[in-house]
Design a protein around this ligand. Structure first.
Ligand code: GLN
Length: 234
């Protein structure tokens, strides 16, 4: 199998609270399964194509960096949409999570435009943040996840986006509806820092499983296409 291609979206701008630990855990998970991989930062200087990566990681950051990314990510938006809609695997944390939605109101109340790729939006809170240990339960995977959250934003998800889990302890997306994070197709979003994957290695396996499913599907499609073009080739 050719190496799994990991893209670290705006990795030189959004990488706060040990977020890069998630990237290290994904690499560890791939190594454990004997899979080769490449990792590259895709940021302000790089173009982006939907078929460029097998796995994308998009981390969190401060409002200033989020604004810089918000302005620039609009140039990658169409290809990112193709990536997500064709079941590309993406993990987004906190600031990256917020930017996949419609908009994010910064702590100062400025509207930071999102990509509108996921049906969700993020409001702010005045002179307060959601900080502390958090625990959620995923009905989808029947697993508990533990983490640490630190965010001003209050995110509200709408259909067809589902939460990553139900809040057992902590604030979660907004401290109102007991949801935490988001799931859509092969997109995983969360407010967990700590980082998410270091404390929840079983989630690494879920994500890598999705990457491999996608790889197998594209190989199957390629084989079928070959059969149609030249039935004697396979
Ligand atoms: N600036 C955003 C907030 O406070 C995101 C923070 C983060 O990524 N940790 O909500």
């Amino acid at each position: 199998m050719t190496p799994i291609r990991i893209g670290h979206l705006y990795g030189n701008l959004l990488n706060t609270y040990g977020d890069n630990g998630n990237l290290l855990m994904l690499q560890y998970g791939l190594k454990k399964r004997g899979l080769d991989f490449t990792v590259e930062v895709n940021s302000l200087e790089e173009s982006f194509k939907a078929n460029q990566y097998d796995l994308i990681f998009f981390g969190g950051g401060q409002d200033f960096e989020q604004k810089v990314v918000s302005d620039h990510i609009q140039t990658k938006k169409d290809e990112l949409e193709k990536y997500i809609e064709s079941n590309g695997v993406l993990l987004a944390i906190c600031g990256g999570y917020q930017l996949l939605g419609e908009y994010y109101l910064s702590a100062k109340g400025d509207r930071i435009e999102g990509t509108h790729l996921l049906n969700l939006y993020t409001l702010n809170q005045v002179n307060s943040r959601f900080v502390g240990d958090v625990e959620i339960f995923s009905d989808e995977f029947n697993e508990t996840y533990y983490g640490y959250e630190n965010h001003n934003g209050r995110t509200f998800i709408k259909d067809p986006v589902k939460p990553l889990g139900r809040v057992i302890k902590g604030y979660g997306n907004n401290n109102e509806d007991k949801t935490e994070g988001a799931r859509y197709k092969n997109v995983f979003c969360s407010y967990f820092h700590g980082p998410l994957l270091v404390r929840n290695p079983h989630l690494v396996d879920r994500i890598i499983d999705k990457v491999l499913e996608q790889r197998n599907q594209s190989t199957e499609q390629g084989t079928k296409l070959k059969q149609i073009i030249d039935p004697t080739s396979v």
